[in-house]
Design a protein around this ligand. Structure first.
Ligand code: NDP
Length: 479
């Protein structure tokens, strides 16, 4: 593993404890030459961050003695007054680097509220320039590399994403920038590329000639309670659809890349997003959860206005104006407090041109072939097809081919582990390019600018019934 100093802004926060400390341990626990410098305004010191991180590791299932040894060996803390006044960070970083252990390489990870991004990025960029650490035109950097990792959300609309990209590019080259969408770190999301481009059987059917419709479903059972202060006014469209679901959409719909590298893949994702028509309010439905299962409604959460129009559910139909997908609807939907936790890409194939059979179940035309690519909770695939039902005549019965990722390979690593290793090795393939982020915002601009009123839905259902007008059945288990 490449030695480096991992500077974690927002080390006192929720993401650090829940995801980043465990991922740092699992990615670099055995590596020498990797040190972590946590940064925060909180009155912490080295001992405190070591205690907190060790506690977080134990919480995530790591043995206490291993957690403690790693935290004590690896972690230090720098306290700042504000995230654009970084003198104490650079002093501490210089001290750590003086041993030569980290070889002058630095990853700056912004696990901070997005309001702080421009100030922090500017302060980091100025420091790089003042210390002659900025790379030259060929990307070569004297005395070790610098990489900038930015958590989501990247902007809140097209204009703010452009402004943030402008700040980033004033100080860093695109090759140094790692915009996180943690869905891209999931094994099964990456497996979409292998599944599509290593199996000619599926890829040859992957177009308007054979595909009737594609659904991308991310159903959550959790709610916004406890983080309503952040979520209210942001909503599911910005929090989930513009980033996570749009990444799944891009990987499902993109053309094969010319090369399997960051440029090749990100170019194709950007291209398909560019070909995607801007979403229209007529092809979108918003929802907001009401009470149910003994829990209060969204509008009753602390910090939420009783008449809040923030959506906790959104469904939107997208159309891709290119040769492969013209006329095929892609419906993206996600919501909170739904019936089950589930992430699936559902590809429904066209029926045979002539129907010769009826289903034994209901005497109707047999179901179309459906491929379900499940990303959560049990990663795998299910392909449905029809066979002859036993008995006289030619009635059909729907059966399945199943593949379970954990059965075949054991549990996949956490997304953040994969992404942190990629930052250290300089691979930007699984990160979002500047143009891609802007294109993803462009698609949803008409919805962000429209006055969308969310439909009420009860906790523990699949969302508002109204969403079915977009042409799918709310319960994803029902074909
Ligand atoms: P937190 O709200 O926990 O904030 C992180 C740290 O930032 C805090 O510990 C605090 O540190 C500092 N901070 C908080 N508010 C402010 C403020 N108004 N101005 C300046 N500093 C502030 O955030 P998370 O850890 O939950 O998230 C960090 C980033 O990661 C965000 O961009 C978020 O969108 C993203 N993210 C988070 C996920 C999660 O599960 N938590 C999931 C996916 C992405 P101190 O007071 O010590 O300075």
């Amino acid at each position: 593993m490449t030695p480096h100093l991992f500077v974690l802004f927002g080390a006192t926060g929720d993401l650090a404890a829940k995801k980043l400390f465990p991922a740092l341990y699992r990615s670099f626990g055995d590596a020498s030459g990797v040190r972590v410098l946590g940064v925060g305004r909180s009155d912490w010191d080295d001992a405190k961050i070591q205690d907190e991180a060790a506690g977080a590791l134990v919480e995530s299932g790591i043995e206490e003695s291993d957690a403690r040894a790693w935290a004590d060996k690896t972690l230090t803390y720098a306290r700042v007054e504000a995230y654009d006044e970084l003198g104490p960070v650079f002093d501490r970083a210089d001290e750590i680097e003086a041993s030569g252990e980290t070889e002058g390489n630095r990853a700056y990870y912004l696990a901070l509220p997005p309001s702080t991004f421009p100030g922090t990025i500017t302060a980091l960029g100025d420091h790089e320039a003042d210390n002659d650490r900025a790379p030259n035109e060929d990307g070569h950097q004297e005395g070790g590399w610098t990489r900038l990792v930015i958590e989501k959300p990247f902007g809140s609309d097209l204009e703010s994403a452009r402004e943030l990209n402008a700040v980033v590019h004033e100080h860093f080259r695109e090759k140094q920038v790692y915009r996180i969408d943690h869905f891209l770190g999931k094994e099964t999301v990456q497996n979409l590329l292998v599944f599509r481009f290593a199996n000619a059987m599926f890829e040859s059917l992957w177009s308007r000639s054979h595909v009737e419709a594609v659904e991308i479903v991310v159903a959550e059972t959790n709610d916004a309670e406890g983080r309503a202060g952040y979520f209210d006014g942001v909503g599911t469209m910005r929090d989930m659809i513009q980033n996570h679901l749009t990444q799944l959409f891009a990987l499902t719909a993109m053309e094969p890349p010319a090369r399997l590298d960051a440029d090749g893949i990100r170019r194709e994702k950007t291209k398909v997003l560019t070909s995607t028509r801007a979403a229209s309010p007529e092809h979108a439905v918003y929802g907001q959860y009401g009470a149910g299962e003994g829990k209060e409604a969204y509008a009753e959460h602390e910090g939420v206005d009783a008449d809040s129009k923030t959506e906790t559910f959104a469904a939107v139909q997208l159309h891709v104006d290119n040769w492969r997908w013209q006329g095929v609807p892609f419906t993206l939907r996600t919501g909170k407090r739904l019936k089950e936790r589930l992430t699936e890409i559902i590809v429904t194939f066209r029926r045979p041109p002539v129907s010769l059979f009826n289903s034994a179940k209901d005497g109707c035309e047999p179901s179309p072939n459906v491929l379900r690519i499940r990303l959560q909770p049990d990663e795998g695939f299910r392909l449905s097809f029809d066979v002859k039902a036993p008995g006289s005549g030619f009635s059909t019965s729907t059966q399945h081919f199943d593949f379970d990722y954990a059965d075949a390979f054991g549990d996949p690593p956490d997304a953040y582990e994969t992404l942190l290793r990629d930052v250290a090795s300089g691979d930007t393939t699984l990160f979002v390019h500047a143009e891609e982020a802007e294109q993803a915002w462009r698609i949803y601009e008409p919805l962000l600018n429209a006055d969308m009123t969310p439909e009420a839905y009860a906790t523990g259902t699949w969302g508002p019934q109204e969403a079915e007008r977009l042409g799918f059945t709310l319960d994803p288990a029902t074909p």
